[in-house]
Design a protein around this ligand. Structure first.
Ligand code: N01
Length: 485
């Protein structure tokens, strides 16, 4: 039987979209269009350009395993370098010709056995398979604070940094104390006149130096790529054993070690007892996403920095007024308030079999079998979809494993075994029931508010070890899928 010629639509040209296009082409599946709403590849690394941006996963792990990079400047390289890496990879794999830039997919409808895509520009496409590579931390979340629009100076979200605004000599306020805010504080404290950090919840900080790679080390990586491959492998194992496997077992010895390291960092490196008390969280380390920083405590202790722990009452033209009635006068206000994490591929209007929309399928909350496939939405596969492994480890590694799994589903179509494939409703139901039960033993449920938790307070993430994830991704159990010939 002749192999059907499959056409693919990939939504998003970030890390996962680039990966998908490379892997499909490698497999000889080259009838691909990647739809990208912006005018460049890079996803989160294109959108986030705030001062101090870097990835808190070591660069030699946060790299495609098949395209390691000898030139990373640091253990945790800056965001601009990561963006340049993705641009280079997209160019070297000749992807730019299959990317349709500045054209956002607004709808995807499954009719007549194919997906019908429509874009904002009015372009139409018909594809056999959709890969949703739309990212997780993508839609900025603006805080609901009275008077947000009334501030007289520039206000912007951390993911929409306005580089036209000078910070030197100015009074800058930052709302939020997540990974983003912590990096910004360290990066700008010496430049600004005054820095006010508005903290609603204190955070644990794991200290970690960020050494530069010497030219000799980089030369060695270039000369002997196997050294880099070994480093990638070792880092992967370190993250799986030391972190990913620890957070899913709140009582594990590794978890205790992480907690001790965070506690010691606070007790030993914050010398002012009042500041130390304000910075001490009342929940367990890694309950919220663990923040990694070599120098945040040093930065926030500087004389021109103030940690404001009084709640915010309102934003007013001159700055931020806290509940104690104090006005914190500011020239610039930065909202480091995170992302809407339950949007995934929305606001795209997605309609599966029998006219059933994604909003209806996700009426309660986003769900996908193994975070990849949604019952009734055949031949649509998600990368970094709902309830998958997110946290302090490489989302590239996650996406590579997921794509290896998706490729095996695609092979079912390619081989003629079926024309349509999607997870069965019973497989998703059983997966979710087991996942919710397992989530109870994770550190994320030990008593804090975080973006990991869904509306019921259950972590919307992979609650098992990374080793289990790797094993699950190695081969789909096709009996969990509905195949239509
Ligand atoms: O966002 P967050 P983020 N009033 O949601 C506060 C990845 N990332 O952009 O804790 C006052 O973590 C909120 O307070 P609370 C990483 O996965 C990675 O920092 O909810 N405060 C919190 O402090 C990360 O986890 C890297 O009480 C308000 C902050 O805003 C994810 O992105 C770097 C508020 C939001 O923190 C998101 O990180 C950066 C309000 N109304 C990001 N609303 C690295 O790899 C919200 N907050 C290093």
């Amino acid at each position: 039987m002749n192999e059907p010629r499959l056409r693919f639509g990939i939504v998003g040209a970030g890390m996962a979209g680039i990966l998908s296009a490379i892997k499909l082409k490698e497999a000889g599946l080259d009838d691909i269009t990647v739809y990208e709403k912006a005018d460049r590849v890079g996803g989160t690394w294109r959108e986030n350009t705030y001062p101090g941006l870097s990835c808190d996963v070591p660069s030699h792990l946060y790299s495609y395993s098949f395209d390691l990079n000898p030139d990373w400047s640091h253990l945790f390289s800056p965001g601009a370098e990561i963006q340049a890496y993705f641009e280079r990879i997209a160019g070297e794999h000749d992807l730019l010709r299959c990317i349709r830039f500045s054209d956002e997919v607004v709808s995807c409808e499954f009719t007549g056995g194919r997906w019908h895509l429509a874009t904002a520009s009015g372009h139409r496409d018909e594809v056999d398979v959709v890969i949703a590579a739309t990212g997780v931390l993508h839609h900025p979340k603006y805080p609901e604070i009275d008077g947000l629009d009334s501030f007289g100076g520039p206000t912007f979200h951390s993911a929409r940094w306005d580089h036209s605004i000078p910070l030197a000599g100015r009074r800058v306020g930052i709302i939020g104390t997540g990974s983003t805010a912590v990096q910004i504080v360290s990066a700008i404290v010496d430049e600004v006149d005054n820095l006010s950090l508005f903290q609603r919840t204190a955070q644990w900080i794991l200290p970690q130096a960020n050494p530069a790679y010497s030219e000799e080390e980089r030369e060695a990586f270039r000369r002997e790529p196997q050294v880099m491959a070994d480093l990638h492998e070792n880092l992967s194992k370190l993250f799986a054993d030391g972190f990913a496997n620890a957070v899913v077992d709140a009582e594990s010895p590794q978890m205790k070690l992480l907690e001790e390291a965070c506690r010691a960092n606070l007790e030993q490196n914050v010398h002012d007892p009042d500041l130390r008390d304000k910075l001490r969280p009342d929940y367990r380390a890694a309950c919220k996403r663990l923040i990694i920083s070599p120098d945040f405590y040093e930065a926030i202790a500087k004389p021109n920095a103030e940690l404001v722990t009084e709640g915010i009452e309102a934003i007013v033209p001159d700055g931020v007024r806290t509940r104690d009635g104090r006005l914190h006068e500011l020239d610039v206000l930065v909202l480091a308030t995170g992302f809407k994490v339950d949007a995934f591929m929305r606001p795209m209007a997605i309609t599966g079999r029998n006219g059933r929309g994604l909003d209806e399928a996700w009426r309660d909350r986003p769900q996908a079998y193994l975070s990849i496939s949604i019952p009734g939405f055949p031949n649509l596969f998600m990368l970094n979809g709902p309830n998958g492994p997110v946290g302090n480890f490489s989302l590239i590694e996650v996406a590579e494993l997921q794509f290896g799994y998706i490729m095996q589903l695609i092979d079912c179509i390619r081989s003629g075994r079926c024309r349509e494939i999607s997870a069965s409703a019973s497989a998703l139901e059983a997966f979710e029931a087991e996942r919710e039960e397992a989530a109870k033993g994770t550190v994320w449920m030990t008593g804090c508010r975080s973006w990991y938790l869904d509306d019921r307070g259950i972590p919307a993430v992979w609650p098992w070890t990374f080793d289990r994830f790797r094993a699950e991704m190695s081969a789909p159990d096709i009996s969990d899928y509905e195949l239509v010939s």
